[in-house]
Write a protein that binds this ligand. Structure first.
Ligand SMILES: Cc1cc2nc3c(=O)[nH]c(=O)nc-3n(C[C@H](O)[C@H](O)[C@H](O)COP(=O)(O)OP(=O)(O)OC[C@H]3O[C@@H](n4cnc5c(N)ncnc54)[C@H](O)[C@@H]3O)c2cc1C
Length: 369
């Protein structure tokens, strides 16, 4: 839990609350693109935007605990456009040299180019996305099925099997001949995605991030980093839902009794609070371990599984206790119901993460938990 905060961390929390109240909330009914742009500008001024960005590019490189605090607190306000508060982080481009550094990393961090992450392959792909080496060029063939933000991306960081040298992350320009979008779609949370196809797309060899063979660990590091971010948002959203539910249960029902006076309701309500407390505790503990330089791969997976599943349960039970009104399209709980479902699949499905955790301990003897 976020106890024992330093005065500057406490100040950061106050600043987040004020930002949500004064900058995000008033933009709830504005057209989305206009609102997001205004939020980005305000966030730059307030110093949130650069928290996820490296100092070499003018960022403030916040600690994991600080980022967790901000994500948790923003989500706890259930304010709109929270996704526009942080600037893009470097992701898999974090340690690239020239030419990738000035062609992609710098414009990405400056907000001049948009990137996507192309990892997932379609179920019916005959072979993984692969490259044949031709001098200084990679000739790439294959498909990727689920690239978030792919429709607007200038480039996509793509997992590619390079000959028999193993997988590599490769930066592919979306405007390149041979690169096409085969499908544009939205998931139920409203986020937009694209499926890509590569037909002998010729990409400079210099677009390989690191060396062939390193693709999987590099991709996994990026995915791993986002797991704690998702968990922190879940912790905040749980707090918002529980506060909404508490207000509801304190109101009288048709008979004049407080809705929360029934024992059956109280048992469910207490259970949600216990699980939310456990989720938030493990997330803050993991953030502190990460800042102490510990390897938190397993803790990150555990937080993601537990926080996303608990949030799903919290929202679902809250709807059940509030009743049919909570399922009307623009009710905040109905909106959250759609929003949180994808979190149990994106960035690693729950069961796949469970299996990874078990493998680490049983087959490799690794991991603290
Ligand atoms: C909102 C959203 C955004 C996404 N954004 C991106 C993105 O930007 N880039 C990207 O590359 N992908 C993205 N994805 C795809 C996401 O990473 C995959 O959906 C996820 O990894 C699961 O893979 P899959 O859909 O191929 O399902 P599968 O791998 O087929 O898994 C489906 C289910 O099968 C079971 N299963 C699978 N493997 C095993 C196993 N080894 N053992 C036991 N059970 C197993 C599990 O129950 C699992 O949940 C996104 C998905 C969502 C929902």
């Amino acid at each position: 839990m976020p106890e024992q905060l330093t005065p500057s961390q406490q100040e950061l929390l106050e600043k987040v609350r004020a930002f949500a109240r004064e900058t995000l909330e008033p933009r709830r009914d504005m057209p989305v693109d206009q609102a997001r742009q205004a939020v980005i500008e305000a966030s730059r001024k307030a110093g949130f935007f650069a928290m996820t960005q490296p100092a070499a590019f003018g960022g403030s490189e916040a600690t994991t605990l600080e980022l967790t605090l901000v994500r948790d607190e923003l989500a706890a306000t259930n304010a709109p456009h929270t996704g526009a508060v942080f600037g893009p982080g470097p992701g898999v481009l974090a340690d690239v040299d020239e030419p990738l550094r000035s062609r992609y990393l710098a414009p990405l961090l400056a907000g001049e180019k948009r990137g996507g992450f192309a990892f997932t392959e379609p179920d019916d792909a005959p072979a993984p996305t692969r490259a044949v080496e031709d001098g200084d060029t990679l000739v790439i063939t294959g498909r990727k099925s689920y690239v978030t933000g792919g429709t607007d991306a200038d480039f996509i960081n793509t997992l590619v099997q390079v000959g028999d040298r193993g997988p590599a992350m490769v930066v592919i320009d979306t405007a390149l001949p041979g690169v096409s979008i085969t499908r544009r779609f939205s998931s139920i949370d409203g986020s937009r995605h694209a499926a890509f196809r590569f037909d002998d797309a010729r990409v400079p060899r210099a677009h390989i991030i690191g060396t062939p063979g390193e693709g999987m660990p590099r991709a996994m590091r990026q995915i791993g980093d986002t797991r704690l971010q998702i968990a922190a948002q879940c912790a905040g959203t749980m707090r918002w839902v529980l506060s909404y539910l508490t207000d509801h249960l304190l109101q009288p029902d048709r008979s004049g009794r407080a809705r929360g006076s029934r024992e059956g309701v109280r048992l469910r309500y207490a259970d949600l609070r216990i699980r939310a407390f456990a989720a938030r505790s493990m997330i803050y503990r993991t953030a502190r371990l990460a800042d102490a330089g510990e390897n938190v791969v397993n803790e990150g997976m555990a937080c993601k599984v537990f926080a996303t599943e608990t949030l799903g349960e919290v929202v679902d039970t809250a709807i059940q206790l509030v009743g049919g009104g909570a399922l009307v399209e623009d009710h905040p709980l109905a909106m959250l119901y759609r929003q949180v479902r994808s979190l149990r699949l994106a960035e690693g499905g729950s069961d796949v993460l469970r299996l990874n955790l078990a493998r680490g301990r049983l087959d490799l003897g690794k991991g603290r938990i």
